[in-house]
Design a binder for this molecule. Structure first.
Ligand code: CNA
Length: 443
């Protein structure tokens, strides 16, 4: 498949929400315009560097490396670009400047709009560039999923080896079948139940709010205990069938990366190699002091929490917590470091069990190329503006309205991977390090 040249398109809105982390809606947190502008200029500098890099290797490519020292002068002469090449390079540079300037204007507009957005929070304004399928050439559109965006078409691509860089994005709906509640499901979601079980919270989100935690750590510590969020693995819950899709794709060497918003540690319990996972909202495998930042012994923190205590820093006595990203905290560096390349290279995007309400995570779906198919498996419908499901010219988005487990099973069956998948899920049951450790201590 020809790579989409016009994209991936960077989603400028992401910058507006950089500081939003384990959170609900971005617009709940007002971000000063000045931050936006600073961020924009930093991005422009990066974009400038990147475009320079894009131009430089192209010029360097023309210079064949010489094996003989005497040929150095000759080689340099050959490497000197011709007039046409110089003109082409200048045009490239002008193009890059033009793109950057437009990007700056866009960012600036959005920075201003960000404030308006925060005021108009209840309107839930999406701040996304709405995709227009007609801006993609019809022939190109047809080639994406043969003009028939269905699970069958995606499975045919998987089966035939067409996709080699699959990116998976997941959310709390992945783990509800394991017994861990999500946030927004109407009856069982934490946003509903937290009100009852933690009456001391002013609002459910407080439980993941850093400043609230510093004052009142007990509710989070209790939740941490109940869901076993601190420490390696998860002793109380097992991965669901859907969690194993990433492992299956990894075994087939076509998983580029899985990006999860989840903090329950279940992805790695499947045996998925750590380097293939990005925990976008952090996780409980490490812990640190919220005051001085000192890394802590996570098992010690877990022990204290399980004994109903409040973990304290060995160095400064400040309060500690697992490295789950709270409101008011930056997302893990790994997220920023990997997402650019991963979403550029992605040739199939699979999104599962998420309402895609949390920014910047949800905007990643717009970071894959325009000719890249996107499959969403979710129980409830997802924000229309993120996908083309309801567009008459939808050529690339497939919505499988089902549980993650059922959707994954259907996909795997269509691919003809039923037995290898079954083996994987069976043989990996109880692979959790914590489960093993628990067994050992019982003996
Ligand atoms: P969310 O906003 O609660 O959305 C969950 C989505 O999953 C909803 O659209 C549901 O309809 C859907 N859903 C629920 N059960 C299933 C199922 N069995 N199969 C398919 N779909 C289902 O949660 P998001 O993940 O979108 O929001 C991101 C937040 C939630 C992140 O910050 C997470 O860290 C946070 N969270 C994580 C966990 C966890 O780690 N397991 C639990 C609760 C919340």
């Amino acid at each position: 498949m020809e790579k989409d040249k016009a994209s991936p398109k960077r989603n400028d809105t992401e910058k507006l929400t950089k500081q939003v982390s384990f959170s609900d809606e971005i617009i709940e947190i007002p971000i000063p315009v000045v931050d936006q502008i600073e961020q924009s200029s930093a991005d422009i500098t990066n974009e400038w560097k990147a475009s320079k890099k894009r131009i430089e290797p192209a010029a360097a490519k023309n210079a064949e490396p010489s094996s003989k020292p005497g040929e150095k002068v000759q080689e340099e002469k050959e490497a000197t670009p011709s007039t046409e090449e110089k003109v082409a390079q200048s045009l490239d540079s002008l193009n890059a400047i033009d793109i950057m300037w437009k990007k700056f204007q866009n960012d600036f507009d959005k920075a201003i709009g960000g404030l308006v957005g925060s005021i108009g929070k209840s309107m839930g304004s999406p701040q996304l560039v709405i995709e227009d399928p007609e801006s993609v050439n019809e022939q190109d559109r047809l080639e994406v999923l043969n003009g028939n965006p269905t699970l069958e078409q995606i499975s045919m691509g998987l089966k035939s080896g067409r996709y080699k860089n699959v990116v998976v994005m997941t959310g709390a709906g992945m783990s509800t079948a394991a017994g861990i509640p999500d946030f927004r499901s109407p009856d069982k979601g934490l946003y509903t139940t937290l009100k009852k079980s933690y009456p001391e919270l002013n609002r459910p989100e407080d439980i993941f709010d850093l400043s609230y935690y510093k004052e009142t750590p007990e509710p989070f510590c209790k939740l941490c205990r109940e869901l076993d969020l601190c420490g390696v693995g998860n002793a109380n819950y097992k991965p669901t069938k859907a969690h194993y899709l990433s492992l299956l794709l990894a075994k087939k060497k076509i998983l580029r990366r899985t990006y999860t918003q989840n903090i329950d540690g279940l992805d790695l319990v499947t045996g998925l190699p750590q380097e293939l996972l990005v925990e976008a909202h952090g996780g409980g495998r490490s812990a640190s002091c919220v005051e001085c930042g000192e890394a802590q012994d996570v098992e010690q923190v877990r022990k204290v929490i399980n004994e109903k205590g409040i973990p304290r820093c060995a160095k400064c006595s400040g309060i500690c917590k697992p490295d789950i990203t709270f409101f008011g905290e930056e997302l893990p560096k790994r997220f920023a470091e990997l997402k650019e390349d991963d979403f550029c290279e992605c040739d199939l995007l699979i999104v599962m069990g998420t309402s895609l309400q949390v920014v910047p995570f949800c905007h990643l779906v717009a970071d894959v190329g325009r000719l890249i198919p996107r499959l969403v498996i979710n129980l409830s419908e997802i924000r229309d503006e993120l996908f083309l499901f309801k567009h008459e010219k939808n050529y690339r988005d497939v919505f499988e309205k089902s549980t993650c487990d059922a959707g994954v099973q259907r996909l795997v069956d269509l691919c003809g991977w039923k037995s290898s998948f079954a083996k994987l899920t069976k043989s990996n049951v109880e692979k959790s390090p914590r489960l093993k450790r628990k067994k050992k201590t019982k003996k």
